[in-house]
Design a protein around this ligand. Structure first.
Ligand SMILES: Cc1cc2nc3c(=O)[nH]c(=O)nc-3n(C[C@H](O)[C@H](O)[C@H](O)COP(=O)(O)OP(=O)(O)OC[C@H]3O[C@@H](n4cnc5c(N)ncnc54)[C@H](O)[C@@H]3O)c2cc1C
Ligand code: FES
Length: 366
């Protein structure tokens, strides 16, 4: 037993030593020199090798969706590499279908530039812009959610499809030495083209949310890029079920404004869930939408009100409230936004009630 433990220890130490050696060699010895990146057989630029492709593209003001900020956990930062990408890494394979792998699709945050590269990026991403903004208002929505208003300065206006998101640049600050980008759904009225509102929920020890809650002040300049994403209303007239929790409220605010401006009378029931009453927000705004939109009904749901909280509304999980509200969801569309766990649970319930899986649209705040 003792011998086995010692052998395991020795092997572990050897492996750790080898890994350390590789990191040191990569950092201080490897010199890849200048490498040329060619995009869409058109634009070319030269970079110093050794850096992730995603960062080099950002330096050139080419913005690829990168919701996890390059940690390799969102799988959003796909580009097609036609030459020079090397082998697909194990960190990429969970996010790439077999067909994508055959087509040369790669995660740009995982590719380290070691030689010349040829890549292809969809034209619509080349139209994504960076916006210089001023934070003009910070408003408490709940104990852990704030709404941040940003006025766009350069360029001064934005066009987006309600439901889309931006990537906010969190600058280096005490405790976080590097710039990081994080994805936030646009929560403003799309008719106000000079404004982007974001509803942000604080994540314990989160890099960007700590910065937003503790460092960002009204009057500060910030940078963001976008818009990104496919989450949006379909152009059918099918009745809809919206389901959200926490900051998953954000894209629905934008979508509801848009429905109001376009006189959209589609039937919608919006189930917004919180653990306690203190988790819910924007009640007044939702009641105003109920008056403005003929087909819209807002249904806040609380799992279990805390002691002393008064609550007349529905209780339980949002999914239970959906089950109480409908007997059959065939012919309906589902729009879900919030944590991956909530979205997976809601998708199961909606499809079990007859909703076509193809008609369940969601944005996971992963
Ligand atoms: C399309 C999309 C839209 C979104 N829209 C919104 C929105 O409108 N509002 C909103 O509030 N959020 C939204 N999000 C989530 C948002 O992008 C961030 O993920 C969230 O705000 C947390 O960011 P953070 O930098 O504060 O936390 P992070 O620093 O990313 O940390 C997140 C969690 O991971 C842990 N962690 C950090 N680093 C590591 C590590 N190396 N290894 C293991 N664990 C680690 C942290 O402790 C924390 O618990 C959206 C996400 C997506 C993908
Ligand atoms: S940026 Fe998230 S996986 Fe690459």
């Amino acid at each position: 037993m003792g011998l086995v433990a010692i052998s395991v220890l020795i092997v572990s130490l050897l492996a750790a030593g080898l890994a350390l050696l590789l990191v040191v060699a990569e950092r201080f010895i490897a010199n890849y020199g200048s490498c040329e990146i060619e995009i869409n057989k058109d634009k070319k630029f030269t970079v110093e090798g050794g850096q992730p492709l995603l960062s080099m593209l950002v330096n050139e003001k080419i913005f690829i969706p990168s919701a996890c900020g390059g940690r390799g956990t969102c799988g959003y930062c796909k580009v097609k590499v036609t030459e020079g990408g090397g082998l697909i890494l194990p960190t990429e394979t969970p996010f790439l279908t077999k067909q994508e792998q055959e087509e040369g699709i790669r995660l740009s945050c995982q590719i380290k530039i070691r030689n010349n590269l040829k890549i292809e990026i969809p034209q619509e991403l080349l139209r994504v812009k960076e916006y210089q903004c001023i934070c003009t208002r910070i408003e408490d929505l709940t104990y852990d959610m704030k709404r941040f208003r940003f006025e766009l300065k350069n360029p001064p206006q934005i066009e987006y499809i309600p439901g889309q998101y931006m990537q906010l640049l969190c600058p280096p600050y005490k405790g976080s030495p590097e710039e990081v980008y994080r994805a936030y759904s646009i929560a403003s009225d799309p008719a106000q083209k000079h404004i982007v509102d974001l509803i942000i929920r604080r994540v314990s020890n989160g890099i960007c949310t700590t910065w937003c809650f503790e460092y960002l002040k009204e009057g500060d300049s910030v940078r963001m890029n976008g818009p990104y994403g496919d989450f949006r209303l379909s152009d059918s007239d099918a009745p809809m079920v919206f389901v959200a929790g926490g900051s998953g409220m954000a894209p629905f605010v934008s979508i509801l404004h848009h429905m109001e401006h376009t006189g959209n009378s589609r039937k919608v029931k919006y189930f917004y869930g919180g653990n306690q009453v203190r988790d819910l927000c924007l009640d007044e705004e939702m009641k105003r939408f109920e008056k403005a939109l003929a087909g819209f009904e807002y249904i806040p749901v609380v799992v279990e009100p805390a002691q002393g909280e008064s609550w007349e509304g529905q209780r339980g999980l949002v999914t239970e409230a959906v089950q109480r509200a409908y007997s059959d969801l065939s012919g309906h569309e589902g729009y879900l936004c919030g944590s991956p766990g909530m979205i997976d649970a809601a998708t199961k319930v909606l499809t079990a009630m007859g909703m076509n899986k193809e008609r369940v649209y969601y944005d996971k705040f992963a």
